[in-house]
Design a protein around this ligand. Structure first.
Ligand code: TYD
Length: 225
């Protein structure tokens, strides 16, 4: 049976990486199928190199600034490699993959944030993914002012995190529009909630969604804890 691609999305500081790790630990304790984690950009060797180019703050100087369309194409290149080399082969083996960001990030950041053509990005996403879509997407929604404050406290913000508040507000509006367009796939979570509460909410949703999909023959029963 084909695996499951479960994506965590949201603006900076929403806590998606923490929740992804917690969900992975829990799923591993519940299932016998492989549970993998990955991220975009940076899920492959090529991707790691693209990630350091994309997030390098030196490319924010006016003279060396990465142009929005170059940025878009670099994210697309990262995704094409990730899908081909990592996601497709592992999903074909039946793995459950929890991925930090996927196609919605490009629509939200480059489409709404940078205000590039959203339809063009949809086409580019289709090319980069070869049609591979997420089975389920958790959108950790947070007020960008709070998200950016959390980032500042963490220190050393990356190139995208240094963008102004209105950029992050447009990104959030993008996620909102995407969630409205895909109510079955995208689940909004209020990321202001305590991490433990969010973790519980995510477990409950995973339990429902995955027990519908995974056959008992190779999964232990998902328990309630
Ligand atoms: P992320 O891994 O969330 O950074 P960190 O772990 O440091 O919080 O994401 C890297 C940045 O890349 C983030 O600011 C969002 C941005 N991004 C895009 O702009 N477009 C995309 O398609 C993707 C995947 C990420």
């Amino acid at each position: 049976m084909a695996g499951q691609l479960i994506v965590f999305e949201g603006i900076e500081g929403a806590g998606k990486t923490t929740q992804l790790q917690r969900a992975a630990t829990w799923l591993r304790s519940q299932l016998t199928v492989p549970v993998l984690t990955s991220r975009e950009p940076g899920g492959t060797l090529l991707g790691q190199q693209l990630r350091s180019l994309l997030l390098d703050v030196r490319q924010q100087d006016e003279q060396d600034e990465i142009a929005p369309r170059s940025e878009l194409l670099l994210y697309a290149a990262d995704r094409a490699q990730h899908v081909e080399q990592y996601l497709k082969p592992n999903l074909a083996q039946g793995a459950i993959i929890l991925c930090d960001r996927y196609t919605d990030s490009t629509l939200a950041y480059q489409g709404y944030g940078r205000q590039l053509d959203v339809e063009l990005i949809q086409q580019l996403n289709a090319i980069a993914t070869g049609g591979l879509t997420a089975n389920l997407t958790f959108w950790l929604d947070l007020d960008p002012e709070i998200g950016l404050q959390r980032i500042t406290e963490r220190g050393a913000p990356n190139r995208l995190e240094r963008e102004a508040l209105d950029f992050h507000q447009r990104v959030r509006a993008g996620y909102m529009a995407l969630a409205q367009d895909h109510p079955q796939r995208i689940i909004r979570l209020d990321a202001i909630a305590a991490a433990d509460d969010l973790e519980r909410e995510i477990r409950t949703i995973l339990q429902t969604r995955l027990s519908e999909k995974l056959c008992e023959s190779f999964s232990k029963k998902l328990s309630n804890n």
